[in-house]
Design a protein around this ligand. Structure first.
Ligand code: ADP
Ligand code: MG
Length: 317
């Protein structure tokens, strides 16, 4: 199978809503009038972001999910994506399930594959995603204000728990590992929630490297600090019962690979936040507040300082 047969067989689909997709020198996108184009790119490298031999259906899902999560954080609606693939060989037994996992998630979000590039090389998957957001309404990292409430969506830390269990660093019962592994391999981008939070949230970010690390970007860019209820956050580990208290804290505060949203909203907007969460069928939890003083203060249920250093993932540290 050659390069062009490969593209035609696995990645070329019937015309969608965008004016021009796979098969020409450029794709053409048509965001609606009054909309801004939201663009984001994420690269997944074998051995770095996923284990060699990873299940191709799940890999297809995950590499688009992490990109859709960035659109969600900006409150954008997905339109289309491009796919740059480096493959060691043109193997239909890998490409077929990879395309299936990828395109199932794409269809679920009405996000069309409109182009890409295909080359031989060590397995590397790079997606650029395009979304639309009403001009001036994108959720940014820079909008948090002192006094705002701080929230996260869904659950935190289970992806990290799964990773540690798969590496043999942690023993957990098989059904617990199965559930946690779903979170690691098949993250749910919070696309509906991000859009529902437009006009309500003052800032947002998606949690890919760990809550504290990603929240740190919001705090720096907004020039504020935060107080976080560590026990409330620790309670967001779905597999909470099977690990000790320190691991619960570490996994939820600095686990990574969660793909949940962390966002801020003014205290008078609590009902609006609840309504947005309900409309998106996505649970959200208030985990603290934004302070004028820089830095993060971790407190327990009694408001006492919680000790410990929790570091997030960084590719070069
Ligand atoms: P060019 O040489 O003009 O860059 P290519 O030969 O690389 O074009 O690709 C031919 C067409 O197939 C283009 O429309 C391109 O966007 C598309 N394409 C290539 N690789 C992929 C891929 N992995 N997924 C989707 N579309 C792809
Ligand atoms: Mg090309």
């Amino acid at each position: 199978m050659g390069e062009f047969e490969l593209i035609e067989r696995f990645f070329q689909r019937p015309a969608g809503r965008q004016p021009l997709g796979v098969g020409d020198d450029c794709a053409l996108l048509a965001p609606a009038p009054g909309m801004q184009l939201a663009v984001s790119m994420d690269m997944l490298v074998e051995g770095r972001h996923f284990l060699p031999g990873a299940d191709p259906v799940r890999l297809g899902h995950k590499c688009l999910a992490v990109n859709l999560s960035d659109l969600a954080a900006c409150g954008a609606r997905p339109l289309a994506f491009t796919l740059a693939l480096a493959l060691p060989e043109a193997d239909a037994k890998w490409l077929e399930p990879f395309a299936q996992g990828l395109l199932a998630l794409a269809d679920a979000h009405g996000c069309e594959l409109v182009g890409g590039d295909t080359t031989r090389g060590p397995l590397n998957i790079c997606i650029t995603v395009f979304g639309e957001v009403p001009a001036g309404q994108a959720l940014l990292r820079s909008g948090a204000r002192a006094g705002d409430d701080l929230y996260v969506s869904g659950t935190l830390g289970d992806a990290r728990l799964a990773l540690e269990a798969l590496r043999g660093e942690l023993q957990v019962p098989a059904p617990v590992l199965d559930a946690a592994r779903e979170r690691l391999d098949r993250p749910t981008p919070r696309v509906a929630l991000g859009q529902a939070l437009r006009g309500i949230a003052t800032s947002a970010i998606d949690i890919s490297d760990g809550l504290l690390g990603d929240l740190g970007h919001v705090l720096r860019q907004s020039r504020v600090g935060a107080t976080i209820e560590a026990d409330t956050v620790a309670g967001l580990l779905a597999a909470g019962g099977v690990v000790h208290a320190h691991a619960r804290r570490a996994f939820t505060l600095a686990g990574g690979d969660d793909y949940e949203l962390a966002f801020t909203a003014p205290a008078p907007a609590r009902e609006a936040v609840e309504a947005a969460a309900a409309s998106a069928a996505t649970p959200v939890t208030r985990i603290g507040r934004i302070d004028a003083a820089a830095g993060v203060r971790l407190v327990d249920a009694q408001g006492q300082a919680v000790a410990g250093r929790f570091t997030s993932f960084d590719h070069f540290l």
